[in-house]
Design a protein around this ligand. Structure first.
Ligand SMILES: Cc1ncc(C[n+]2csc(CCOP(=O)(O)OP(=O)(O)O)c2C)c(N)n1
Ligand code: SF4
Ligand SMILES: [Mg+2]
Length: 294
């Protein structure tokens, strides 16, 4: 196993001084007035401005859903991909252009339903990307079906007798899978959310940021989240995985803040180091191919 790695690529860019407005695209968001995703987008503009990232060094990748429209509203490179496939797309971008800042965005359905199979692999590889999941506990774009984070018994037009499945706990799952950075924010707490986005983007490795972002049209949870969310206790040690899991498991208090962080080699670093080591060995590709010929 590779333990220590000399970073073969310089990840630094020339910092720029831009305002949050400089990261707005010409497209005005078409979300319903009051949608939590507006708050996430505003915090994102502020975060990238405060991180001094040049527009051309930033890539925002998404899947499908209301929240996945996000890249269109950012003045940067963007990829509005296919449902549930944002992480493989973002991994491909990061592996081919490791010097870029790559952010993946989307909803709870895109991430934890059809896209769920990709999350543990991004975690174990520790791909150096930030995944912002706008969690409204419902499929907004397709008019309010239950999602993997919908609460048990949720009654909506598409589930008139109430859902019968228990919801997933995305943070607990990420922590159990060995994630190197895990946090939770709320679209109605913009200052804290901006800080979390900045910290996640500064983290070297895979960072998962779940953001409660209510859907005012199909499942308005603003009051609920205002009542049940609270900051993680000040004495929580963000390097204590078991402690982070304990807080993630609390079903009465939904904690906000940085649950866990650790440093370990990233996927692109490990790959680049392998490539450099192999280059020195003068491998003969014909000889390698020959081993597969009968
Ligand atoms: C392969 C495939 N299956 C299903 C759909 C229909 N579909 C589009 S978006 C979506 C779920 C969106 O929910 P979420 O990711 O939570 O985003 P939100 O709209 O709530 O922001 C579904 C099921 C699709 N577009 N493609
Ligand atoms: S349907 Fe819900 S998630 Fe979609 S834009 Fe409207 S409020 Fe936001
Ligand atoms: Mg959703």
């Amino acid at each position: 196993m590779v333990t220590t790695l000399e970073p073969p690529i310089t990840y630094q860019f020339e910092p720029v001084n831009l305002t949050p407005n400089d990261y707005k695209s010409d497209l005005h968001p078409i979300w319903c007035p009051g949608c939590g995703d507006f708050g996430v987008l505003a915090s994102f503009y502020k975060a990238v401005s405060e991180l001094h990232i040049p527009n051309e060094q930033l890539v925002v990748v998404s899947g499908i859903g209301c929240s996945s429209r996000f890249p269109a509203f950012v003045n940067a490179y963007g990829f509005h991909g296919t449902h549930g496939r944002a992480l493989p797309l973002a991994t491909g971008v990061k592996m081919s252009r490791p010097e870029l800042k790559v952010v993946t965005v989307g909803g709870d359905g895109d991430a934890f339903s059809i896209g769920m199979g990709h999350i543990p692999h991004a975690i174990r590889r520790n791909v150096d990307i930030t995944y912002i999941v706008m969690d409204n506990e419902i499929y907004g774009l397709t008019k309010g079906q239950a999602s993997p984070t919908s609460p048990l018994g949720m009654e909506r037009k598409a589930s008139p007798y109430g859902t019968v499945e228990r919801p997933l706990n995305p943070l607990l799952m990420a922590l159990a899978a060995g994630a190197s950075w895990v946090a939770r924010g709320f679209s109605s707490k913009p200052k804290e959310l901006t800080e979390l986005i900045k910290q996640g983007m500064e983290h070297k490795g895979f960072s998962l940021l779940q953001v409660y972002s209510p859907c005012v049209t199909f499942y308005d949870t603003y009051d609920h989240f205002k009542q049940v969310t609270k900051p993680l206790p000040a004495d929580h040690n963000s390097r204590d995985r078991m402690g982070a899991m304990k807080y993630a498991m609390d079903e009465e208090n939904l904690y906000l803040g940085l649950f866990y962080q650790e440093e370990r080699p990233t996927y692109d670093e490990a790959y680049a180091a392998k490539r450099a080591a192999n280059a020195k060995q003068n491998y003969d590709i014909q000889e390698i191919m020959g081993k597969y010929m009968r």
